[in-house]
Design a protein around this ligand. Sequence first.
Ligand code: ZN
Length: 171
Amino acid sequence: MVAEKNKVVSIAYELHVDDGESGREFFEKVEASDPFAFLFGADNVLPKLEEAIAGKGKGETFDVFIPYTEGYGDYNEEKKVVVPKSAFKENGEKQRHLMKVGNVVSMQDDRGNPMRGEILKIDYRGVLMDFNPPLAGFDLYFSGEIVDVREAEESEIEHGHAHGPGGHHHA
Ligand SMILES: [Zn+2]
């Protein structure tokens, strides 16, 4: 069985990144004993990464360089915004524990789309947050191995993501 549409693919990989200034740096490692699982062909991973994995089976390796323009895009200063402290509420109660520099907080934009932002600073004006993806502006180097390929379940195809170990977990 090979990686293609409607298969769940589990991969182990090492990711190195380069912001164009400090050179190539280690970012993360996903071990074969605890792989990352995703639904192939469902926009779960970067298209370039999927391309490098397509048609490969268990045990095969991949190496791919993804320039930031085809990764998470350029770093955008306009995605740094001051959010009023009143936005940090859940069920009408202030969530003070969320308001900490370095915290990554899930929020919604004014259309209700989920977005994640990192808190950079808190002062009298409010909470300065960065909604850029953490790897915006970085070139990416993936090298890895396909740990498993299986048929996707109907519910996975319906949801558009993989379930189970290494995949999506529902509350
Ligand atoms: Zn699901």
